[in-house]
Design a protein around this ligand. Structure first.
Ligand code: A3P
Ligand SMILES: CCc1ccc(OS(=O)(=O)O)cc1
Length: 274
């Protein structure tokens, strides 16, 4: 374990956010007991974790959909390794919902029984990079950088929470057959939220009525989440994690990089030879 950094804890080759991680919990993570009906959202940081937390909260809790219960998404779908509210996971009623940034090789081994469900959300790295640059300058629990070039170097070296973006996504995909896993792309969720919610609810075997589906989609849009104190993390950042400026967890929710990739792809179609 490399603990020389003020912000990063390298545990078994993967970087955790030192100010918010529970090291004792990490030591026993492999044996953390998994229930057959557990559900995990897995992401690399800045790839749509809190979006998925809101979607799952809306799918599973009628009181969340109808706005009759005021429970934050972080308490409905807590981070496994960043348990800032010190929740007793063993006491939680089933089905337990979690989110995590863990790489495939550090997750509890019970997930390999392929009963519990995993939803892996990935986002194009250019938007992850932009989002991550602003986020790490915002929260006190991460090291700030002076400019994008400086952050880009750290990101490409994997010297950030989550380590290398490429390793995370490549290996979760490579070892997908070891798990009961659904891959969702942030950009597709953005393009067609309704179909994405349907895909997720189908995977979770939680079929929604038309009315409930509408309620989930409506409350999971960027605009509605941004103004929803249960889902936007404003409170958590300001009052619990601490911030350096007046930025927000939900900044822009863009899918810029994806659009450019699509444009760049066009010339790859076989060119007519004259
Ligand atoms: N409903 C939604 N629609 C689109 N993007 C969303 C969203 N909810 C959160 N996000 C975006 O997801 C990113 C945060 O990811 P994570 O939760 O994994 O940390 C932020 O991106 P930006 O910083 O680009 O705005 C945030 O705005
Ligand atoms: C639960 C608080 C918290 C801490 C750090 C986070 O950042 S990241 O997702 O690892 O980039 C998010 C939430």
């Amino acid at each position: 374990m490399d603990n020389t950094d003020q912000y990063l804890l390298n545990f078994k080759g993967y970087n955790f956010d030192l100010p918010v991680v529970d090291v004792d919990f990490l030591e026993n993570l492999e044996d953390f007991e998994i229930r057959d009906d557990d559900v995990f959202i897995v992401t690399y940081p800045k790839s749509g974790t809190i979006w998925a937390q809101q979607i799952l909260s809306l799918i599973y809790f009628e009181g969340h959909r109808s706005r009759t219960e005021i429970v934050k998404t972080i308490d409905r779908v807590p981070f496994l390794e960043y348990n800032i509210h010190k929740m007793d996971f063993l006491e939680r009623p089933s089905p337990r919902l979690f989110c995590t940034h863990l790489p495939y090789y550090l997750v509890p081994k019970g997930l390999k029984s392929k009963k519990a469900k995993i939803i892996y959300i990935y986002r194009n790295p250019k938007d992850v990079l932009t989002s991550y640059f602003h986020f790490s300058n915002l929260i006190l629990a991460m090291q700030a950088t002076n400019n994008m070039e400086e952050f880009l170097e750290k990101f490409l070296d994997g010297k950030v929470v989550g380590s290398l973006w490429f390793d995370h996504i490549r290996n979760w995909y490579k070892y997908r057959h070891d798990f009961n896993i659904l891959f969702m792309m942030y950009e597709e969720m953005k393009m067609d939220l309704r179909s994405s919610v349907l895909k997720i609810s189908h995977f979770l075997e939680k079929e929604l009525s038309e009315e409930d589906l509408e309620a989930v989609v409506k409350q999971a849009t960027f605009t509605n989440m941004k103004s929803d104190p249960k889902a936007n993390y404003n409170d958590i950042l300001r009052n619990e994690v601490g911030t350096r400026n007046d930025g927000h967890f939900m900044r822009k929710g863009d899918a810029q990089g994806f659009m450019r990739v699509k444009v760049f792809r066009v010339p790859l179609i076989p060119w007519p030879v004259h």
